[in-house]
Each structure stands twice: as structure tokens, then as C-alpha cells.
Ligand binder design. Structure first.
Ligand SMILES: C[S@@+](CC[C@H](N)C(=O)[O-])C[C@H]1O[C@@H](n2cnc3c(N)ncnc32)[C@H](O)[C@@H]1O
Ligand code: SF4
Length: 457
């Protein structure tokens, strides 16, 4: 197999520029790279799911549990994930439905046939559940699911109204990792994004929780928000250090179509968010800051201050690990099928009440999905390792990509040797675009068909 890279343009090969950090590609379009898959017809989805869940699996397979809480007290202006405004009655009804689904999924032979290594309660804002609900959810997961003894159980949410009672009940429920969206500590940035507390409140609370030292406290910061200049971002990083939190994610702001921010900018109510070259400069600042302070890099956008933070869910979910989805709007994959549950709360509640399937969309993953996943997780970690790429049509996938990797080396995105493609700072900033380019190369050449033929032999 030979990869002729002359057929591709700069959206794959990258722009030849003295400043690849800022200009190698036009812009980042989404948070994650995606692969090819085939939709499963609506009338077959229920049957496929019940076959998957009644099939026992090998104990050695890694698997995760993802539970979605689709509520937030207030919608942030930048957010693409918002689903429903939280009200006590809605949340209570939802919680009941969620527990029904949780117990049902836990009973399945597939679920009981292997160990779960990471559990993630995400959203939305799971910390907008009541303390009692958080405790009940954690206890139910530990009671009904086979978890590994060192299973990472993360509660995502925010600092707003995160009381001592919430913290202790969450610990009582078995949560052993907390991930808080901070976005920025700066009060002006926060207010313009409709975040609920001012800087001092957030700083003090994160410092309190980190000092309690019961479980790792992880913070999400965004870079590129309106009013968030380089100086403000540097202060955000210093604030992270001052809180003593155990880990940090630095996410590039990517504002999607439905986020309120675009409208506010158009009306002149807030300044526009940063452009791509400015966000690249912020990533550079953040990355250099972490190096200067000897904070260990776990992936292109995640750092740990000490060994306590393992970020198991984030790294497992990016490999070929199976993820069992539970809740309205939850997504996952099992047995070679990807699935997305109803995003509409009404549709989800109706399905649970009538005992129907909660699946809104199902796809059969491509035969090359293990390679897509290995590429995505390699680029996300900052190193693509030859030994970890599955074979492509019976041949070495790293060798197949070599002409493309050499291009990226010449363009300052990576350092290449015979075993490893190691991303430079610019490559790490563009990691999702690089992973997506590899997947597109597989899509646009006849190599995928050759792979399928080779499997049939
Ligand atoms: C889905 S949110 C849930 C966290 C929690 N509700 C909160 O508000 O902090 C998880 C993370 O996604 C990130 N996020 C949200 N909107 C984003 C956007 N437009 N671009 C990049 N990251 C975004 C934020 O950093 C956020 O902490
Ligand atoms: S950032 Fe969090 S709280 Fe804000 S709208 Fe998105 S999911 Fe909700």
C-alpha cells in the first residue's frame, strides 16, 4: 500500500508557514475527531441493543459507565451542551426515570460479565442534583455495577451552591474524583459568560475543597472567552496554582451554532471571542506555564499536579474502551455499535415510562474503528506510537501514514522517528485536526475497502 499525498490539500497536509502554531490549519471545527460509521435503521435498533446487552463479554475488555444529567440552573453564553433549565420537579421526575434505566441496564448479562474501570457523571450540571440524589446515585452504581476496586468515579459540575453537605454526601456515595467547570476565575469574564459566582467565591471554595484532600479536584478552564486577554488567562493559571487543585483541563473555546454568545456579539453587547491565532498564543502560554511549574502533562489539554489525578475516564473513553450510556442525551458504544440516547427530555421520559428503547440514534462502527480510536487517542496523548496502531489491510498503519507524518514534521507539527510521532507544541494545539486528517485520508483512499477485503480472507 502506498499513500500518495499529492492528492490532498492543505486541510490535510497543513499550511507551509513559519508559524505553524497559529496558522497550520484554518480553525478547529469541533472538540473531537469523528470516524465513519453506518446508521442502523430505527426498527432494528431495539433488537440490536437487546442482543448486545444479553451477550456476555470477555472480562479483560476495558469499559466505562457514563451517566448524563441534562440540566443546568442557568445557560452559559458559550455553551453547546445546554439541554434543559433545572427545576425541582423536572429534576425529581428525571432522577426517578434515570434510576429505573440504571437498574435495568445493570441487570443485563453484558453489564455483569465484566469490570467497569471508570464511571463519569456528566452534563449539563450533575451538581444541580440534590445532595441526597448524588449520594443515592453513587451508592446505586456501586451496588448494582461490577466496578474494579480502583474504579475512578467522577462527579462533574460546578462550584455554584456546591455545599459541604453535597461534598460529604458525594463522598459517602463513593465519588472519588470531582471535575469542576471554572472556565475563568475573572469576574468580568465570568459575568459576561453568565457564570454564577464571582472570582473570590470560586477561588475560596476550590481552595477549601482541595485542602480537604479527600479526592482529586480537577478544574476546566476555557481560553478565548470575551474579555479574557492573555493577561487575564495568565492570572487564571496563577489562580489555579493558588487553589491547590490537583489537575486542570485547558479547553479551546469553540462556539457552536446554538450558543447564545454569537447573538450577543452580533448585537454588540459583548466583544467577540478570540480568533484562532490568539487562542494559539493562549495555548502556548498555558503549555509553557505548566512546564515552568513542573505540572505533568497527561494529554494535549490535561495536566496533573500530582499522581493522584489519573484521568482514567478521559483517556479510556478516547481508546477503544466500551462506554455504557445512561440518561437523557448520553452517548456511548458497545460491541462495535455507537449509540446516542434521546436528547429530548420528553422523548426520554416517555420511553422510560412505556418501557421502550431510549436510543435515538445507533450506528454500526466501521471495520477500521479500532484504528480510528488508536489514532484519536494517540494524537490526544501527544504521541502516536507505532506499536499501538492496529494493522491496516494486514500491513503496518504507521508505515502507511509515514509520507503524511513526514510532511507534518517538515511543517513543524511533529518530530518523527521510526517508532513514534511526537507532536510539537503546534502539533498539540492542532491535535484534533491531525487525528481528523488521518481519518479523512483513510476515508478518501481505497485503503478502507482493502482493509475490509483483508478481513474477509
Ligand atoms: C459540558 S460542560 C459541564 C460542566 C459544568 N456544567 C460547568 O458548567 O462547569 C463540560 C466542559 O465543557 C467545556 N465547554 C463548554 N462549552 C464549550 C465550548 N463552547 N467550547 C469548548 N469547551 C466548552 C467547559 O470547559 C466545561 O467545563
Ligand atoms: S457550561 Fe455547564 S452550566 Fe453552563 S450551560 Fe454548559 S453545561 Fe450548563
Amino acid at each position: 500500500m502506498y499513500l500518495n499525498i499529492n492528492q490532498f490539500d492543505e486541510s490535510i497536509l497543513a499550511v507551509d508557514t513559519p508559524d505553524p502554531l497559529r496558522f497550520a490549519f484554518a480553525k478547529k471545527h469541533s472538540a473531537h475527531a469523528g470516524g465513519m460509521s453506518t446508521p442502523v435503521m430505527k426498527d432494528q435498533q431495539g433488537e440490536v441493543l437487546s442482543r448486545l446487552l444479553t451477550t456476555e463479554k470477555s472480562k479483560s475488555d476495558k469499559r466505562c459507565l457514563y451517566v448524563h444529567v441534562p440540566f443546568c440552573r442557568v445557560r452559559c453564553t458559550f455553551c453547546n451542551f445546554f439541554q434543559n433549565a433545572a427545576s425541582r420537579k423536572l429534576v425529581e421526575d428525571y432522577f426517578e426515570a434515570l434510576m429505573t434505566e440504571l437498574k435495568e441496564k445493570a441487570k443485563q448479562p453484558w453489564t455483569q460479565s465484566g469490570l467497569f474501570h471508570a464511571v463519569y457523571i456528566g452534563g449539563g450540571t450533575p451538581t444541580d442534583l440534590s445532595p441526597k440524589q448524588v449520594e443515592t446515585l453513587g451508592k446505586a452504581i456501586r451496588q448494582y455495577f461490577p466496578l474494579s476496586t480502583d474504579c475512578e468515579i467522577t462527579l462533574e459540575g460546578r462550584i455554584n451552591r456546591f455545599s459541604d453537605e453535597m461534598y460529604y454526601r458525594a463522598l459517602e456515595g463513593g465519588f472519588n474524583r470531582f471535575s469542576f467547570g471554572i472556565q475563568s476565575f475573572n469576574t468580568q469574564v465570568r459575568r459576561s459568560a453568565k457564570r454564577l459566582d464571582d472570582r473570590e467565591v470560586v477561588l475560596d471554595r476550590v481552595a477549601d475543597l482541595s485542602r480537604m484532600d479527600q479526592a482529586p479536584i480537577i478544574l476546566d478552564l476555557l481560553y478565548g472567552l470575551p474579555y479574557q486577554t492573555l493577561d487575564v488567562f495568565e492570572q487564571d493559571l496563577n489562580d489555579f496554582m493558588a487553589t491547590g487543585a490537583h489537575g486542570i483541563d485547558l479547553y479551546q473555546l469553540v462556539v457552536g451554532g446554538s450558543a447564545p454568545m454569537l447573538n450577543l456579539v452580533e448585537k454588540g453587547k459583548i466583544p467577540p471571542p478570540a480568533n484562532t491565532p490568539d487562542k494559539a498564543a493562549m495555548y502556548e502560554l498555558g503549555s509553557n506555564f505548566m512546564t515552568k511549574h513542573h505540572i505533568k502533562q497527561l494529554s494535549v489539554n490535561h495536566w496533573a499536579r500530582d499522581n493522584r489525578e489519573r484521568s482514567q475516564y478521559n483517556s479510556l473513553a478516547k481508546t477503544y474502551a466500551e462506554v455504557l450510556p445512561i440518561g437523557c442525551g448520553a452517548g456511548g458504544n458497545i460491541g462495535g455499535y455507537g449509540m446516542m440516547q434521546h436528547r429530548s427530555l420528553d422523548a426520554y421520559m416517555r420511553a422510560i415510562k412505556s418501557g421502550d428503547s431510549v436510543i435515538a440514534m445507533m450506528t454500526k462502527q466501521h471495520a477500521l474503528e479500532p484504528l480510528f480510536a488508536a489514532l484519536k487517542s494517540g494524537f490526544d496523548s501527544g504521541v502516536v506510537r507505532k506499536a499501538l496502531l492496529p494493522a491496516l489491510a494486514g500491513e503496518d498503519a504507521f508505515e502507511f501514514f509515514m509520507p503524511l507524518f513526514k510532511q507534518w514534521q517538515q511543517k513543524g507539527l511533529a518530530e518523527l522517528d521510526s517508532q513514534y510521532l511526537v507532536l510539537t507544541l503546534a502539533g498539540r494545539f492542532w491535535a484534533v485536526s491531525l487525528a481528523q486528517a488521518c481519518i479523512q485520508v483513510l476515508q478518501q483512499t481505497d485503503v478502507a475497502a482493502k482493509h475490509i477485503d483483508s478481513m474477509a480472507v
